[in-house]
Ligand binder design. Sequence first.
Ligand SMILES: *Cc1c(COP(=O)(O)O)cnc(C)c1O
Length: 390
Amino acid sequence: MSEQHSEKKKPDTRFATKLIHFGAEIDEHTGASSVPIYQASTFHHHDIFNPPVHDYSRSGNPTRQALEDYIALLEGGVRGFAFASGMAAISTAFLLFSTGDHVIVTEDVYGGTYRLLTTVLNRLGIESTFVDMTDFNAVKEALRSNTKAVFMETPSNPTLKITDIGEIAAWAKSHDLITLLDNTFMTPYHQRPIELGVDIVLHSATKFLGGHSDVLAGLAVAANDSLGRRLKQLQNGLGTVLGSQESWLLIRGMKTLQARMEHSERSARQLAEWLDSHPGVGRVYYPGLASHPRRDVHEKQSKGYGAVVSFDVGDGERAKEVLSRVKLPLVAVSLGAVESILSYPAMMSHAAMPREVRLERGISDGLLRYSVGLEDIGDLIADLDQALNG
Ligand SMILES: *Cc1c(COP(=O)(O)O)cnc(C)c1O
């Protein structure tokens, strides 16, 4: 920051203002209205005895740094980190643990995280137990003498099960466990886990934070300096960093986070209520519905219900019919974009899960997951109506 600029101390602001005035929105050198893309791998040492702040882009890049400070500010943590993907962020965070350590993980964790734990980290001797985190006793019973962490995801995917973040974080703290939470579905606009006692917040920024289906990225935020230092060492050591072009694109997308989330959530509520009263639709999963299990817990810890609605159309045949008939949403893996995205968990995100396990978790052959975008909700409902009615 230039002298002149740093004297103008930022007033204490609300979330929408922070999204725009996050500290690096004006380039200190030129006054440019966006963070410059520092497309450089290394930095000249003008004075060999006083190395520059950034000396090599794996260890630190000013564009990435702006993004890392931005997400730390939004989540209310002390330090942020940007990674090449959500899985790069999650993998890096899990390497805080060592051979012989045990972690407790929510049973309906993101498929990639499940795969990481069961095919990679298990080989390194990091053990995991998957539990239904809506059942606090099940979490407590999973504790072992070598347990080091609890990994949460709420609402979970795709049946939007609700974990009580504060309850589990407080219990974990009393046993000296590190708590990690995948906040991809809610974003810091709706839910700020660090305020509820969580130690590390993780994101697939590929989804709502980026918001335009055009960047693959991951973010992590540490709640305290010691975890911040450990994550920094891992990020630099593993080299799982996000490039500067991608960092810039992500910052660009994040500025409209609140505007997008508000619009999509309003539409998602309408869609969920419409689906709930549709005769051709079975169960509807959306935390905003009065009937949603543990809605009260969700409302205690989140400011909104998000933009993802899952619903059961009966069986696999009918699900495929609906998928082939919709004309507006992208039929794809992923979520959280300006365009609506309709996915089929049984054949996409949860295809690798054994069918019995999948059914046990409510991920039936007729389950569809709708991520509501920014289109006119009347058009989206009319389109889904024609698809459901054939
Ligand atoms: C997509 C997703 C991930 C993985 O992120 P990538 O950016 O695809 O690597 C992790 N967690 C959740 C909840 C996701 O939806």
